[in-house]
Design a protein around this ligand. Structure first.
Ligand SMILES: NC(=O)c1ccc[n+]([C@@H]2O[C@H](COP(=O)([O-])OP(=O)(O)OC[C@H]3O[C@@H](n4cnc5c(N)ncnc54)[C@H](O)[C@@H]3O)[C@@H](O)[C@H]2O)c1
Ligand SMILES: CC(C)[C@H](C(=O)O)[C@@H](O)C(=O)O
Ligand SMILES: [Mg+2]
Length: 368
């Protein structure tokens, strides 16, 4: 199959992990006789520096013509003092919005080899396998007005949703639940926020379309607690943009590192932007320490969701599992009797596995 992929490496470790992800896609193409072509574009701080905007028009045009997009990360202290509309993060929010990518799927599944890498007790982490379905193009991040007023003495951000924006993300979450363990937890702040009360109404209405799915509602503060005390009690979580952002970084603790979490930002027709959950990590950028596995696992999501390449996706995930089973790990993870490697060495290990594996095991057998 021929596929055209737009690479948006962005800033900081975004450059490093994107390089690793691209090499993995090249290895997959070679092994399965696909032709993947790549086109790299600027976004975020890199785009501000060279083109004066965090989201250049040619980047948007290229993304719209592509079969899939892979993003590294944006942002960093160099651009922290810029006004809100000029910050690197606006580039990322902008491309998600312009592409209509309203659903962000963040699977959190602990590799059994990393059970002891989490600071949580192994008996708490064991058996956790959840999916956060985060609304991505509405809510607090996009509400108008968002401004300083009254000579800078007052500030306002707005949490706004239309019913149809809530309906489409809730539908997506029910569909995800149907192919998983058929349990949906809707997370909100309905004891305070009107938007959350409408969110609950929509979930209650939609559940009649999916009678096989068990539904519960949880307030976000309690959900944050339960995520790290009883993570195995969750299957699919659906939630508002900012709640999903915060809960997913928290949930990464289950896997041992933020550097392990992939994600897919999608819309209904299969178009997708694939992005590790982590940021540009300025504290380790340029040191070849970044864990590339979140970006590499994001390529598996791309292969599966945008290209319907199930076997290829399984192959990437299996390769990661085998490298971890051989006890190779980057500096963000601690593994008893492990072999610490750099980010590029980690990518090379995964590629070696992809190129040499004879059979593809079902990934479900590979996780804890
Ligand atoms: N998707 C994105 O582009 C994205 C996501 C989050 C944050 N950001 C931006 O990144 C910048 C830094 O934000 P932050 O420091 O709060 O969050 P961050 O995710 O960049 O880093 C948080 C911590 O996790 C570590 N970490 C993150 N990814 C890692 C990896 N792959 N391997 C090893 N360690 C890893 C970092 O070293 C740091 O200690 C900010 O400008 C922020 O806006 C961008
Ligand atoms: C950088 C920021 C805008 C972004 C978000 O909150 O969406 C990031 O934290 C993420 O999780 O993808
Ligand atoms: Mg985040």
């Amino acid at each position: 199959m021929n596929k055209h992929i737009v690479m948006l490496p962005g800033d900081g470790i975004g450059q490093e992990v994107s390089k690793a992800a691209k090499q993995v896609l090249e290895a997959v193409a070679e092994r399965y006789n696909h032709t993947f072509t790549f086109e790299t574009h600027e976004i975020g701080g890199a785009a501000i520096d060279s083109q004066g905007t965090p989201l250049p028009e040619d980047t948007v045009a290229a993304c719209k013509k592509s079969d899939a997009i892979l993003l590294g990360a944006v942002g960093g202290p160099k651009w922290d003092q810029l006004p809100g509309h000029m910050r690197p993060e606006k580039g990322l929010l902008g491309i998600r919005k312009k592409m209509g990518l309203f659903a962000n799927l963040r699977p959190i599944k602990g590799f059994k080899q990393l059970l002891h890498a989490s600071p949580l007790k192994p008996e708490v982490v064991e058996g956790s396998d959840l999916l956060i379905v985060r609304e991505l193009t509405g809510g607090l991040y996009f509400g108008e007005p968002s401004e300083r007023r009254n000579n800078g003495q007052e500030v306002v951000d707005t949490l706004a949703y239309t019913r149809s924006e809530i309906e489409r993300i809730v539908d997506q979450a029910f569909q995800s639940a149907m192919v998983r363990r058929k349990h949906l937890t809707s997370v909100d702040k309905a004891n305070v926020l009107e938007s959350s009360r409408m969110w609950r109404e929509v979930v209650e209405e939609k559940k009649h379309d999916y009678p096989e799915v068990t539904v519960d509602h949880m307030l976000v503060d309690a959900a944050a607690m339960k995520l790290i005390t009883n993570p195995a009690s969750f299957d699919v979580i659906v939630t508002e943009n900012m709640f999903g952002d915060i809960l997913s970084d928290e949930a990464s603790v289950l896997t041992g590192s933020l550097g392990m979490l992939p994600s897919a930002s999608i819309r209904s027709d299969g178009v997708g932007l694939y992005e590790p959950v982590h940021g540009s990590a300025p504290d380790i950028a340029g040191e070849n320490k970044a864990n590339p596995l979140a970006a590499i696992l994001s390529t598996a999501m791309m292969l599966r969701h945008s290209f319907q390449m199930e076997e290829e996706a399984d192959q990437v995930e299996t390769a990661v599992q085998e490298v971890l089973a051989a006890k190779f790990h980057t500096a963000d993870l601690s593994l008893e009797n492990g072999v610490k490697v750099t980010g590029s060495e980690m990518a090379a290990k995964v590629i070696e596995q992809i190129s040499s594996n004879d059979t593809t095991k079902n990934i479900m057998q590979c996780y804890a």
